[in-house]
Design a protein around this ligand. Structure first.
Ligand code: PLP
Length: 231
């Protein structure tokens, strides 16, 4: 069943790329495996998926140990400063940096491990009360401040769009954050590139790709609905 789901998602990604004149290899599918058992991750791994997304540090750490080492783990959830040290050398990219204080802690832990941590700045593009992420008007300043931290490399932006029935409603937000990333890139800030745009989930990843997403984060579309009470 997961194989069929994955094929469907792959077909949709190819369609969206074709529609917007983008190359398939410029978009990476992240399988968001939060709450799902390792057996399901293995099934998807066997189909060739190497990018997995988790939103909780502890869960990522456990799966990191149990799964093959060639997996790229993406930390996509809200990150507390005291958990940075656990995830810093296990994730290939932290998508959810939305404060200077968090960035400072990432910088400290990265320095300890002797690595440069790649991160995305999370923007609350629709300014929803319930969501993490900084507001668009504060993004450039935050990027400029983080850029001064030696052991961090800013690779782009991430956003979680609102939950909507019709994905077209989110097109404006995807377009806005793409524009923001272009504006930031034009500032030519040392230590900062804007090649990565992490946006689009099961409900809206095709629209996100049409508007420039380079990473799409798909959970339900691959693994089926999550049931939190079983956890
Ligand atoms: C859970 C989650 C996703 C995946 O959501 P689906 O709607 O199941 O595809 C994507 N991004 C983040 C940050 C998430 O927490």
């Amino acid at each position: 069943m997961l194989k069929e789901n994955l094929m469907e998602v792959e077909k949709n990604i190819a369609l969206a790329c074709e529609k917007s004149g983008r190359r398939r290899e410029d978009v990476t599918l992240i399988a968001v495996s939060k709450t799902k058992p390792v057996s399901m991750l293995q099934e998807i791994y066997a189909e060739g998926i190497r990018d997995f997304g988790e939103n909780k540090v502890q869960e990522l750490a456990v799966k990191y140990e149990e799964m093959p080492k060639d997996i790229r783990w993406h930390m996509i959830g809200h990150l507390q400063r005291n958990k940075v040290k656990t995830v810093i050398d296990k994730s290939c990219l932290i998508h959810s940096v939305d404060s200077y204080r968090l960035a400072e802690e990432i910088n400290i832990q990265a320095k300890k491990k002797g690595i440069i941590a790649p991160i995305l700045v999370e923007v609350n593009i629709a300014e929803e009360e319930s969501k993490f992420g900084i507001h668009r008007e504060d993004a450039i300043q935050l990027v400029e401040e983080i850029a001064k931290l030696e052991n961090i490399s800013v690779k782009g932006l991430m956003t979680i769009a609102p939950y909507v029935e019709n994905p077209e409603e989110n097109r404006q937000y995807f377009r806005n954050i793409k524009q923001l990333s272009v504006d930031i890139a034009e500032k030519n800030i040392d230590n900062v590139t804007m090649h990565v745009l992490s946006m689009g989930m099961t409900g809206d990843y095709m629209v996100a790709i049409e508007e420039g997403a380079t990473l799409v984060r798909v959970g339900t579309g691959i693994f089926g609905a999550r049931s939190y009470n079983k956890q």
